[in-house]
Write a protein that binds this ligand. Structure first.
Ligand code: 0A1
Ligand code: ZN
Length: 862
């Protein structure tokens, strides 16, 4: 570490240091003189001493110029700037503090605070962005009523939006105009938002069940207006769903969503004025895939649901982030499940958890769902907080059952409304409403790491014994783990008859080891465990390939069928990658054939069930990840499946063509067809490229076009370049679609992907300035296991170089892309050394952000 970084080594914020705020700010009036180059912000804070103490008022601030400070209407100069913050001595218990600051939105490349995105001025304040707009008590437990006035050039910024309801607007006659908004709900500063721009609106309406008429608006640039119907429809569906399922109504007269092209995350739940990454708003059949449509519905719902789980009840401090995020992800998963196939949704949620959260839990950046400390809070918007957090809520729902879970949720909203709450508050409500003891369950909030459960079943004399043992591996800072409370749904099936031998049981495993007894078991039982993925754990069982194949065909829980197939495939792939043993391929082929042949299964489920586990998930099962061996094994099994089931794939592919429609059924058929195309390509090699190219050219929707382009991009025929060129010329002006063009090449399984990605980074359309574009190339490459982990370390070097450059523009986005380099412990010594060298280079770089420093230094320590 060089001296500069050592000196700048960031302070650590600890949960145990939480103290209530010294000053409250019940009301704030903000006056913006908006201009991209130079915006003047005048604020008027009514402040109240909180408790008996003599401390001055301390306000957070960053990246602004302070012009004036007034206390009770009088200019003062006894204030000081301290570590970026503003300290003002105040004698009494209640004062009015007025500030005037200048900020430069145009030069804000971090995209935190007020910034410009393609001519639109917008804000992002979570977690600590508001302090980049003006000095403020920028913490989630200070709730204020906001009144906002904006003045701006009327031609450039004809639309002026803020939180709450519009209360006044006027034309100033000099080419400028003004608008005022008032938000009657006290909120923390992270939920503040304003937007100014030349926007058009797709308007909708929703009447709440108690009769409030809400005006809905999706605001975008004029050219994008035709792509907003799906977002608007999704919003209306989400509003109705939250009333129906959680009894939650909307509470303002307007609800606006604005799409911007430059955004660090997916979207933001600002009160009454959600700001979205345009990729989660804009869709039409020609430019968005089914996956995009689904993601839009999920994110629109997620942000809307935050109005209760996040805004009405917010977080006391950022350690409680999962209070709003875990619960809201759980809520949006419920919504998505009700919109389409619940089984496929669960499969996708588990796939996401395994792809992003399990590796996090097993690596150097592992942290509990309620962390103990952080350097930079932006680094904690993780799969652990979001996705594992959602699994915690799901486990409580499983333990309580639906009615009591709903009662717990009602109690929580009622009791905590208008407050800044803690994860503990939530658990306490569940405990109270459910009449259960969740003492041991609380460990899920404090212990990092994915529990592993060993399960083995024995049978004699009409009795089955299920022996379960649990252990959680050590994680950084937590060498010793206590046993967790694991809700495991278990069922036994008869190996001869295929019948269920008893009803499903919910086993609450709390001890390190337990034996569960099943009586009346008259034939050899086959174990179905962790059904529906009832606990986010790894199951290690001694089930044979034959038993897994049996479950994949006979289990009555669709998730368990999928899971059995995955395990069967994994076992076969690991055996091949590690020992070159391909003896289990036959069992996989037979099981896949059974699944394809089962008329009771819908196409969407069949498509998911027959997909091989990802290369990285296979790697997660090995003690040392061998990316090349994994790739070879996976390709071999893909080819075997392609060849041996050629007729079935052809049949699945050749079904009747239908014009595009976005319905669950049509979506499922498209999915199965594109999966079939992938297998046909695996079997026929270049011969299938023609088929893919024909599909590429004939497609009337982006799902089929991308399905074909993916196959072509992995292949070697001339048609590959042709298709990529056609795609590029057709969509070069559409940023979101061009992202797909970069991404499909960065994810390619070809041998030359590393070289191609380095060249694409110099493409005139590539820029690190736009987070979506950066993620589409750099982020995608980082998760392309084989290409990224090329033996010579050139992938690591490339990523490190890109991250160092990106860090100067946008530290948050750079830090998000670092974890690929932190997986060094999982690889052989040579690769590990190369990765560590790059991490050390990053840690030692001058002028590094706090964001990237934290991720890189923790990854290096491991
Ligand atoms: N609360 C948002 C996520 C979010 C977090 C930080 C951001 O800052 C750049 C933006 C968005 C959500 O859960 O959707
Ligand atoms: Zn969220």
């Amino acid at each position: 570490m060089d001296i500069q970084n050592a000196l700048a080594a960031p302070a650590i914020t600890r949960r145990e240091d939480y103290r209530p705020p010294e000053w409250l700010v019940p009301e704030v009036a903000l006056d913006f003189d908006l201009d991209a180059a130079r915006t003047v912000v005048r604020s008027r804070l009514s402040v109240e001493r909180n408790g008996a103490h003599g401390e001055p008022l301390r306000l957070d601030g960053a990246g602004q110029e302070l012009l004036a400070v007034l206390v009770d209407g009088v200019a003062v100069n006894d204030w000081r700037l301290d570590g970026g913050g503003l300290v003002i001595p105040l004698g009494g218990d209640e004062h009015v503090v007025e500030l005037e600051v200048v900020i430069e939105p145009e030069r804000n490349t971090q995209l935190m605070g007020l910034y410009a995105s393609n001519g639109i001025l917008c804000t992002q304040c979570e977690a600590e962005g508001f302090r980049r707009i003006t000095y403020f008590s920028d913490r989630p437990d200070v709730l204020s009523m906001y009144h906002v006035r904006m003045t701006a050039d009327a031609a450039r910024y004809p639309v002026l939006l803020a939180n709450g309801d519009p209360v006044a607007s006027s034309d100033l006659g000099d080419g400028r105009h003004r608008a005022e908004w008032n938000d009657p709900f006290p909120k923390p500063s992270y939920l503040f938002a304003l937007v100014a721009g030349d926007l058009q609106v797709n308007k909708g309406a929703f009447t709440t069940r108690s009769g409030r008429d809400v005006e809905l608006g999706i605001w975008v640039r004029a050219a994008d207006l035709p792509k907003t119907d799906h977002a608007l429809y999704s919003l209306q569906e989400a509003m109705a769903w939250d009333e129906r399922v959680y009894g939650r109504e909307y509470d303002l007269d307007v609800f606006n969503i604005v799409a911007v092209d430059d955004f660090n995350f997916g979207a933001m739940e600002n009160k009454g004025l959600n700001i979205f990454n345009s990729r989660y708003v804009l869709a039409d059949a020609d430019t968005a895939t089914d996956y995009d449509y689904d993601a839009i519905a999920a994110v629109v719902a997620h942000e809307y649901f935050h109005n209760w789980s996040g805004n009405r009840v917010t977080c006391r401090d950022w350690f409680q982030l999962s209070l709003k995020e875990g619960f809201t992800v759980y809520r949006d998963q419920g919504f998505s499940a009700d919109q389409g196939s619940a089984a496929v949704n669960r499969i996708e949620a588990v796939r996401t958890l395994r792809a992003s959260q399990f590796p996090e839990d097993a690596g150097p950046l592992a942290h509990p769902v309620r962390p103990d400390s952080y350097q930079e809070i932006s680094n904690f918007y993780t799969a652990t907080i979001y996705n594992k957090g959602a699994e915690l809520i799901r486990m409580m729902a499983t333990i309580l059952g639906p009615a009591k879970f709903r009662a717990g949720s009602d109690l929580y909203f009622e009791r905590s409304d208008g407050t800044a709450a803690t994860c503990e508050d939530f658990v306490a409500c569940m405990e109270e409403a459910g009449g259960v003891d969740l003492a041991q369950f609380r460990r899920w909030y404090t212990q990092a790491g994915t529990p592993r459960v060993q399960a083995s079943l024995s049978h004699d004399d009409g009795r089955a014994r299920l022996r379960l043992a649990q252990a959680t591996p050590p994680t950084p800072g937590q060498p010793v783990k206590e046993p967790m409370l694991l809700p495991l749904k278990v069922k036994l099936f008869g190996a001869e008859t295929g019948r269920a031998l008893a009803d499903e049981r919910l086993v609450l495993l709390g001890d390190p080891a337990e034996t569960i007894v099943f009586d009346g078991v008259t034939e050899r039982p086959v174990l179905s465990i962790n059904r529906g993925f009832s606990a986010p754990v790894v199951i290690e069982s001694d089930r044979s390939a034959a038993d897994l194949a049996f479950l994949s065909a006979h289990d009555d829980d669709p998730f368990a069928r999928y899971e059995a197939m995955q395990q069967l495939m994994l076992d076969a792939l690991v055996a091949d990658a590690v020992e070159g043993d391909r003896s289990n391929a036959d069992a996989v082929v037979a099981a896949v054939a059974d699944t394809l042949d089962d008329p009771a299964l819908d196409p969407a489920f069949r498509a998911e069930a027959v997909l091989l586990p990802s290369e990285s998930f296979i790697g997660d099962q090995m003690s040392v990840v061998d990316p090349d061996a994994i790739f070879r094994a996976r390709e071999a099994l893909r080819r075997t499946l392609g060849e041996r089931l050629a007729e079935r794939w052809a049949a699945a592919y050749d079904g009747p063509r239908e014009p595009y429609s976005y319905t669950p059924e049509a979506k499922g058929r498209r999915r199965l067809r594109n999966v079939a195309l992938g297998y046909l390509a695996a079997a026929r090699g270049g011969a299938a490229d023609k088929l893919a190219f024909t599909q590429f050219e004939a497609a009337d929707n982006m799902t089929d076009r991308m399905g074909a382009l993916t196959v072509l991009a992995n292949g070697t025929s001339d048609l590959r370049e042709a298709a990529l060129d056609i795609f590029y010329s057709r969509y070069r002006d559409n940023a979101l679609v061009l992202d797909k063009w970069f991404q499909v090449q960065a994810l390619s399984s070809r041998d030359d992907t590393g070289v191609a990605v380095a060249a694409l980074a110099r493409h005139p359309d590539f820029t690190l300035g736009n987070p979506n574009r950066a993620r589409s190339l750099i982020g995608a490459f980082g998760v392309n296991q084989r290409a990224f982990n090329a033996r010579g370390g050139e992938g690591y070097r490339f990523l490190a170089n890109q991250l160092l450059e990106l860090d100067r523009l946008n530290p948050q986005t750079a830090a998000k892309l670092l974890p690929s380099l932190g997986r060094w412990r999982r690889f052989d010594g040579a690769r590990a050394a190369l990765m560590r060298a790059e991490l050390a280079r990053i840690v030692g770089a001058a002028g590094l952000s706090r964001d990237l420093f934290e991720q890189a230094s923790k990854s290096l320590e491991g």
